[in-house]
Design a protein around this ligand. Structure first.
Ligand code: ZN
Length: 256
């Protein structure tokens, strides 16, 4: 089984199509696992939802998905994010609005249900940012599966819990490298694949991960991050036409 793990598409259809094209070449479309924030910021929210619905992606809800349908207010958003949420809300079709409203906050997936999917964290699925190991370590007691997949920060990162048998147990943070398989073994992990539509790790290329249940790891399974370049100026042009905030347009150039 080979699956595509993607997050934070944010209405960026050009980036999503580039990722799905690459995933097809990798033979990784057995299932698509989507970690929320399908919309918000980007110029093509309906098209992104359609692309994922057409492929029967298994999706959880993100804070921007809820904001765009009025399921939560935008009090904690910055002014540009709020402006984009209002614009997105005006664009969404009734059908896509209902789709976003029906997204669960959490899902279990994988050949034997190995993965919990949430947008933010297992403890606070919609809101909490797992930016540091000190926050991540508190979250391992909030999911039962060996591995948890999260998005929300737009930064690819892996948090690893020590095994009970380790003499000097400490939690580790791993920064995944594109193309280098991460072997899934005994250690429990929280994994962030990065963002498709608005990367924030200084690399503007779309980020996603491939799960391979028959890879080379101790359990036979691996996760591999991939970075896919796409035509950023084409998206920026669409954002200008939609009169979305200039700062949101600019940040795609730098991946910040
Ligand atoms: Zn996001």
């Amino acid at each position: 089984m080979r699956c595509t793990i993607l997050s934070d598409v944010h209405g960026n259809l050009d980036a999503l199509e580039a990722v799905l094209g690459d995933a097809a070449q990798q033979g990784a479309l057995d299932e698509i696992w989507c970690l929320g924030d399908l919309v918000g910021y980007g110029p093509q929210p309906n098209e992104c939802i359609a692309a994922l619905r057409d492929r029967n992606a298994l999706c959880v809800a993100g804070n921007h998905d809820w904001a765009a349908i009025g399921k939560m207010d935008t009090a904690e958003f910055n002014p540009e994010a709020t402006e984009a949420a209002v614009w997105t809300s005006q664009q969404l079709t009734e059908d896509n609005r209902a789709y976003l409203d029906a997204l669960p906050a959490q899902l279990s997936v994988g050949p034997s249900g190995e993965f919990t999917l949430v947008h933010g964290s297992p403890r606070e699925p919609i809101w909490e940012y797992l930016t540091h190991v000190s926050i991540a370590r508190l979250n391992f007691d909030y999911f039962q599966t060996p591995y948890c997949l999260v998005g929300h920060t737009h930064v690819p990162l892996v948090f690893q819990r020590p095994l009970p048998s380790e003499k000097t147990p400490h939690y580790r943070t791993l920064v995944p490298s594109a193309g280098v398989p991460l072997e899934l073994g005994e250690h429990r992990l929280i994994v962030n694949p990065g963002s498709v539509g608005q990367p924030r790790d200084g690399n503007p290329a779309a980020a996603y991960m491939v799960y391979d249940s028959a890879g080379t790891g101790a359990t036979g399974a691996t996760l591999t991050m991939r970075r896919i370049e796409y035509a950023v100026p084409a998206v920026q042009e669409k954002m200008r036409s939609a009169q979305l905030p200039p700062r949101l347009i600019l940040r795609l150039t730098y991946g910040w």
